[in-house]
Design a protein around this ligand. Structure first.
Ligand code: ADP
Length: 550
């Protein structure tokens, strides 16, 4: 039994499927439940409920011309499409469409690495090229280039960048969309377009100069539904000579104000050029690096009850006991781990400069981390957080897995990820607001959390909301998620990315001047995709005929 597409007659759908088969070959069109179900979102917050987003079929082209044909067929029969690259976007929607009944256009077979240029430190890839593919390609050829990878490192450079994901190395690479240089796009009417220098036929600089000529429209193809990207260029990071890390350790709660200010200065000046890693030994907040390395299934010693009591008091607003505990046990309140990539001599000097700057904080201490000359030795490799060295890994999956410290794992998670200002004031305020909200909305108690520094100049919190197999619990958590979006917006905080389940709600709070931004998106959508065939609903952009259902 074939599935159905809303608003499309079963006979038209069957005709469209036959035409898809003619375009790509019958082996590459999937209509049976057992195949189509592979595109369900394993982390869907609607597990087992009618609202779960379901595809009606899937089609897997191998060539750009086939993508164009698919789009033209979809226009003829008004079939909604949902392109994915490798569809590994777990926590942000996976491979399931934003609108049920869409046909997933699975681009995994378009997996050619079209160019890797060592001198220019750039590449040009198709959507199905995974981080592992690109990493291996570079390793096999012995090229001195790094790919900035997300963690976990499955997924694709192209899909991750289009959803504006991030990584772990220097700022201009860890912002994956910022690192791109040139796009090729199949537009919603089947037309093929190239951006940047790619618009100049025979251009020699498609992956060298980003903006080309005229309005720079590349951003419109990220977090949107304006085209199917079939090629994407990226700038890669030349393998640095060396890597160094160093920790800044401060003793008092209120030291955070100065620490963040100084951190911002040394980062914005380019003096520290890795991902700053924040933690609090006293509050029990691990740095990302510690978190990633603590994944082995080792039973943890029970914390000292005196420490737990002091922590509770600190979270209730009185840090005196916790600070005293820290000074007795030589434990820091705050730890900022700075990372440096570059020539060994230069980065040693950069770390010295940072120490000078942080020295204005009374009682501050420093710990010199290791200096590694690159490439890493096999032994060094065992002891580092791979993504900081451009090495993709799946280790992150062991965090949620069943273990002695996690006997009842959840069924997945949805990420709630608000952007807040890069100030200590904002960190304290957001903690207060979100902890009160957790109590109010009956969520698991929220301990004090530190935000991350993935993006320059802003902090980001990344909270995992559990997904369970119980619809009532999922419903409660979804409601809380909606309330947090509203609450964040009231404080001027907005999310950077979300799963389709919450895209309308988040777009709805980006409402300046009576939703001028969303209205602009809709004007563009209507102009370039009048039949509304491309990823309806993605990031809150609906075609006209579905807008009332928003
Ligand atoms: P990854 O390959 O990293 O797993 P996904 O394929 O999950 O990334 O992509 C994330 C989202 O970005 C998808 O759900 C889809 O909406 C959009 N997307 C991915 N690839 C393309 C593409 N080539 N063209 C247009 N949109 C895309």
């Amino acid at each position: 039994m074939m599935r159905t597409v809303p608003g499309v007659s079963p006979s038209d759908f069957a005709k469209a499927i036959r035409q898809f088969e003619q375009a790509v070959g019958a082996d590459w069109v999937y209509t049976r439940d057992e195949d189509v179900d592979l595109y369900r979102d394993a982390f869907s917050p609607f597990l087992g409920e009618p609202e779960e987003r379901m595809a009606s079929a899937a089609v897997a082209p191998s060539e750009v011309e086939q993508v164009q044909q698919i789009v033209r067929i979809a226009n003829q029969f008004k079939i909604p499409l949902y392109p994915i690259s490798t569809g590994r976007n777990l926590g942000y929607g996976g491979s399931a469409p934003a609108y049920s009944g869409s046909v997933v256009v699975d681009l995994k077979r378009m997996n050619r690495i079209l160019d890797v240029n060592e001198e220019n430190a750039s590449c040009l890839v198709e959507p199905g090229v995974s981080y592992f593919d690109l990493y291996r390609h570079i390793q096999e050829r012995g090229l001195k280039l790094w790919v900035d990878v997300p963690d976990p490192g499955w997924g694709s450079p192209l899909g991750n960048a289009l959803d504006r994901g991030g990584g772990y190395t220097r700022p201009q690479f860890r912002n994956h969309f910022d690192a791109h240089c040139g796009l090729e796009i199949v537009l919603p009417d089947g037309e093929l377009m190239r951006t940047g220098m790619g618009a100049l036929p025979g251009a020699k600089t498609w992956q060298q100069y980003k903006s080309g000529f005229g309005p720079w429209i590349d951003g419109m193809f990220s977090q949107s539904n304006f085209g199917i990207v079939t090629k994407m260029g990226f700038w890669l990071m030349p393998e640095p000579e060396a890597y160094l890390s160093g920790s800044v350790l401060a003793a008092k709660r209120d030291d955070l104000y100065q620490m963040v200010k100084i951190l911002n200065h040394v980062e914005n000046s380019g003096v520290t050029n890795g991902l700053p890693d924040t933690g609090s030994p006293l509050l029990g907040i691990q740095t990302i690096e510690e978190f990633a390395q603590a994944m082995e299934d080792k039973p943890q010693p029970a914390p000292d009850p005196a420490l737990l009591a002091a922590r509770d008091k600190a979270e209730a607003g009185d840090s005196a006991d916790l600070e005293a505990y820290g000074s007795r046990k030589n434990m820091a309140y705050w730890q900022f781990k700075l990372k440096f990539y570059g020539p060994a001599k230069a980065i040693a000097a950069q770390w010295e400069y940072c120490k000078d700057k942080f020295s204005v904080i009374p009682g501050v201490r420093f710990e010199d981390g290791p200096l590694y000359r690159l490439p890493l030795s096999a032994e060094q490799r065992e002891n580092v957080h791979w993504p900081e060295f451009g090495i993709p890994t799946l280790n992150m999956f062991s965090i949620g897995a069943r273990s002695s410290s996690n006997p009842t794992p959840t069924h997945g998670h949805m990420w709630f990820s608000p952007i807040i200002p890069r100030t200590a004031e904002a960190v304290f305020e957001a903690n207060k607001v979100f902890a009160a909200a957790a109590r109010e909305f009956d969520l698991p108690t929220l301990r004090f959390s530190l935000p991350s520094c993935y993006w320059e100049r802003a902090f980001i919190f990344i909270f995992a909301f559990p997904v369970t197999t119980d619809p009532a619990t999922n419903r409660k958590n979804r409601n809380a998620f909606h309330k947090l979006i509203e609450l964040g917006a009231q404080h001027g905080w907005g999310e950077y990315r979300t799963a389709p389940a919450f895209q309308d709600a988040i777009m709805n709070v980006y409402s300046y001047n009576n939703h001028a931004l969303r209205r602009f998106h809709e004007t563009i959508k209507d102009a370039i995709d009048p039949n509304g065939v491309l990823s309806p609903g993605r990031y809150g952009i609906w075609p006209k005929h579905l807008r009332k259902s928003r």
